[in-house]
Design a protein. Structure first.
Lengths: 113, 115
């Protein structure tokens, strides 16, 4: 049982490059989320989705884009990478709203140099 | 503006003793609270939750207490075990028209349980 799968686990980008962080879940969850965690900080919500075709901004959406074409997949796109986007990124899913427990992936460590 | 605060970055406890992790919040609209546990190089995992209609919820060695008037919750772990050593995140959400989609997390407390 895979749960929430994130790829890649590690990535180094140069300033201005673009990349997509992949996230897939096999639990048929409606809700999916992207969080980032900076050192010494809590998890900040970037974007979330309540179902295929529906996405909305979280606390820190600037510099990111998302799409949700299927229930299973929720990729996060960085268009012009900046050093401020150096962080650990976590994808999560839940069957219902955030008041239900979230299932997290193992994270993507991203460095922008 | 940090709506969920964990003022203790770290806590060290002897094995077998009680661990108490604290969390304060500022948003009076929060009505659901959760604790997550995170090991290095892994994603957070759900530990225990509590609704604002309760003041206590217990699950085995873990108990969460909620004091709404003080906007404070705490996680008690009794007895503490070395495997409990991890970062613990407090999180809160506000029901909005019957649905809530955003969890706000605290900064985490690193618990070290000494054998």
């Amino acid at each position: 049982n895979a749960g929430v799968t994130q790829t890649p686990k590690f990535r180094i980008l140069k300033i201005g490059q673009s990349m997509t962080l992949q996230c897939a879940q096999d639990m048929n969850h409606n809700y999916m989320y992207w969080y980032r965690q900076d050192p010494g900080m809590g998890l900040k919500l970037i974007y979330y989705s309540v179902g295929a075709g529906i996405t909305d901004k979280g606390e820190v959406p600037n510099g990111y884009n998302v799409s949700r074409s299927t229930t299973e997949d929720f990729p996060l796109r960085l268009e012009l990478a900046a050093p401020s986007q150096t962080s650990v990124y976590f994808c999560a899913s839940s069957y219902g709203a955030a008041s239900e427990k979230l299932f997290f992936g193992s994270g993507t460590q991203l460095s922008v140099l | 503006d940090q709506q969920v605060k964990q003022n203790s970055p770290s806590l060290s406890v002897q094995e077998g003793r009680i661990s108490i992790l604290n969390c304060d919040y500022t948003n009076s609209m929060f009505d659901y609270f959760l604790w997550y546990k995170k090991y290095p190089a892994e994603g957070p995992t759900f530990l225990i939750s509590i609704s604002s209609i309760k003041d206590k919820n217990e699950d085995g060695r873990f108990t969460v207490f909620l004091n709404k008037s003080a906007k404070h919750l705490s996680l008690h772990i009794v007895p503490s075990q070395p495997g409990d050593s991890a970062v613990y995140f407090c999180a809160a959400s506000a029901t909005d028209g019957g649905a809530t989609n955003k969890l706000i997390f605290g900064t985490g407390t690193l618990l070290a349980v000494q054998p």
